[in-house]
Design a protein around this ligand. Structure first.
Ligand code: UTP
Length: 323
């Protein structure tokens, strides 16, 4: 009998090559989104869903992740003696966030390999996996809903999102059958980064998973797949031959901050949503956009920015009206 998971695994040992050169000497998980490193949002999301025992899979050059969540006596002492009590509270709250554990993946041999490093810590419980570069900016309690589904059906659950057909080759992609529950599908097959012509659907697996512990046996049995890596997708494919796996569909709110464009967009979204920064930042963005609109060389990016600003403004009409 599987119990309600309370452990989460956060693989953060990848090389982050899509964000080079920023990630040459620092982990992409520590790049700031406004004033917090990306991985802090992930840990806060896990804690909000009741997952307070967190194992981070780290690797070479990732020591700053451990430092960030550790106590910082010198800094705390300095803030206290200089009367910066708000900042002191902020710094302390980070080290009190959750019970954090770390294990090193000696070599980045793939996401499946990273997850398999958690076996000893997880033992025979179900657990969540949150990818450190997939940020969710939404009010939707995705992880809590996935945990509820796991508890009700006692099986693994993957978060899915429909993506444009031509983009499916960037993701793990599922074949599925509908169920009686809206937004919940039964997964019947999974393929890593298929060509659009060969994709079984437009549903991509995104970076939130609830796994039964049987995933570990499956990961043990698979051989290196695409790019010579131990692929989590191949492990899930084997799991599907042994037990049911459900898919939970989300509509939006996911940003792959391991890519430059989503990294930028996530910062804009997060900054606009902040009460202390949003209104001022919105004004600045409007000025920038007005300047770009006048330029005949205006590239496509500001148009996307404009869409973000518009979407935000329409979400908070009272704020824009008061300006
Ligand atoms: P990605 O493929 O997005 O991360 O893996 P990456 O390899 O760092 O990215 P690029 O392509 O080089 O830019 C998804 C998640 O899995 C982790 C990554 O840290 C990321 O959070 N990962 C990946 C590992 O922990 N170990 C691995 O061997 C591979």
């Amino acid at each position: 009998m599987h119990q309600t998971p309370r452990k989460a695994v956060i693989p953060a040992a990848g090389l982050g090559t899509r964000l080079l050169p920023a990630t040459k000497a620092q982990p992409k998980e520590m790049l700031p989104l406004v004033d917090r490193p990306a991985i802090q949002y992930i840990i806060e999301e896990a804690v909000a869903a009741g997952l307070d025992d967190i194992l981070v899979i780290t690797g070479k050059s990732k020591w700053s992740i451990e430092d960030h969540f550790d106590k910082s006596f010198e800094l705390e002492k300095h803030l206290e003696s200089s009367g910066k009590f708000e900042e002191l509270e902020l710094v302390r709250s980070i080290s009190d966030l959750a019970e954090l554990h770390y294990v090193r993946q000696g070599e980045p041999l793939g996401l499946g390999h990273a997850v398999s490093m958690a076996r000893q810590h997880i033992s025979d419980e179900s657990f969540a996996v949150l990818l450190a570069d997939d940020i969710m900016i939404t009010d939707h309690p995705l992880l809590s809903d996935m945990l509820t589904l796991h508890d009700r059906h006692q099986c693994s659950v993957l978060a899915l999102m429909e993506v444009p057909h031509e983009s499916i080759s960037l993701y793990g992609c599922v074949a599925y059958e509908d169920t009686d529950e809206s937004g919940v599908v039964r997964i019947t097959g999974i393929t890593e980064k298929p060509e659009p012509d060969e994709a079984p659907s437009n549903y991509a697996v995104i970076g939130r998973y609830i796994f039964t512990p049987e995933i570990f046996e499956c990961l043990d049995q698979i051989k290196p797949g695409r790019n010579g890596e131990i692929q989590l997708t191949d492990g899930i494919s084997l799991l599907l031959t042994k037990q049911p796996v459900l898919g939970y569909i989300i509509k939006d709110g996911r940003f792959d901050v391991g890519t430059k464009i989503d990294y930028l967009t996530a910062i804009v979204e997060l900054a606009l949503a902040r009460e202390d920064l949003g209104p001022q930042f919105l004004g600045i963005l409007r000025e920038i956009l007005a300047r770009f609109d006048k330029s005949p060389l205006a590239p496509a990016a500001p148009r996307r920015l404009a869409r973000v600003v518009k979407a935000f403004t329409s979400k908070l009409p009272h704020r824009s009206r008061s300006k």
